[in-house]
Design a protein around this ligand. Sequence first.
Ligand code: GTR
Length: 428
Amino acid sequence: MNKIIILITCILIVAFSSCSQRATESQRWIYHDSINYPIPNPLVSENGTLIRTVKQWENIRKPELYRLFEQQVYGEVPEGISVQFRERYSSPDYLDGRATIREFEMLVNDEPVPQMHVLLFIPNAQNGKVPLIIGYNWNGNHTQCSDTMIYKMTEEQILRRILPRRLEQTMERGQRITSPSKTIERIIDNGYAYITACYWELESDTRERPGAGGVRALVSNGQPLADNAWGAIAAWAWGMSRMLDLAETIDEIDSTKNAVVGHSRLGKATLWAGASDERIAIATSNDSGTGGSALSKRVSGETVRQINERFIHWFCRNFHQYNDNEETLPIDQHQLLTLIAPRPLYIASGVRDLWADPLGEYLSVFYANPVYELYGKQPMPYPYTTLPPVDTPQIGDIAYHVEDGGHTFSRYDWEQFLLFFDRYLKNR
Ligand code: GTR
């Protein structure tokens, strides 16, 4: 009889402890002196469940947060887009034979004009399949590679995608390079393949003519986009996933070992790509600021209104309701980082890049730590809510550094990212 009572008690205890626990009102928010507004606790669900296990996180909280970011910030990618790749050029002799280059046209929804040109560098000296780094370029593939066969957009094509006033600058910066890019050379010599495309070839980056000459207008047949439809950042993130699709078909690459890299607006895109596509193995962002890794509710540096007014095409229209209204946002950017957990993530800032709010970028990492810990991963180790010392990387499975610089993707940033990739992507 006693044994039966003990058994029933045990069953009741197990049943009770597995029941979801409710959070108190104050547990829903994280309060801290260095933030003007409380920010939402990633580990409390909308209906007040305290998230204590990976299972609860993955079944309840993570999908809920993903949906909020998708519907309120970046916008939803339409279903059923068809994509095909066609090789247009290859050469096995790049960098004195150290790399093979291959360039592909990406065709969307059977439209005959390519929507994006994707350039791939593969190291020739390989010992098995190589890992991959995915990153957009700013001025065209021909600025990444000194081979003159690489595709170069015409002035007319450029004008369909960026502002006339950026044309001159783009043409100037977009001169064909005559010697190979040092960064790409370093990537290749480190044993990585590298895949790149010009982000505004895929989706235009113009304020005045949102959607002009981009994949969003093509897919919607020029129809106006809904308030929750994808903004340009979501389109660029989607393009990174398509580059990964292509890499999956390349024999020399182990596409499961990959990392996305991006600076500033492209750092916003890499974070959303990492959150939306679980195949992305490592995400990084440099100086990604507002709408990237910086907390919006701090209202420091660029505000939600400022970014939405200057770049009306970047986010979905729903995000504009938070202009001067950050406190009503149901999420904040630390929760974007939690959507990438448990995969490795590295956020970098520049200490003088106040427009991107380095402290807000750092605090996002700090407040994303508990989700990495829930998975048993190594958190970012710096234990304070003040910026860590400059040029002193804080490396966990979620990592952070603030460099002694401004709004640039420096050699220092690259070096730290490459060391971080080596930890996870190199066969040892
Ligand atoms: C700035 C913008 C930032 C950042 C940056 C960039 O002007 O305010 O949000 O994205 O541009 O992409 O270079």
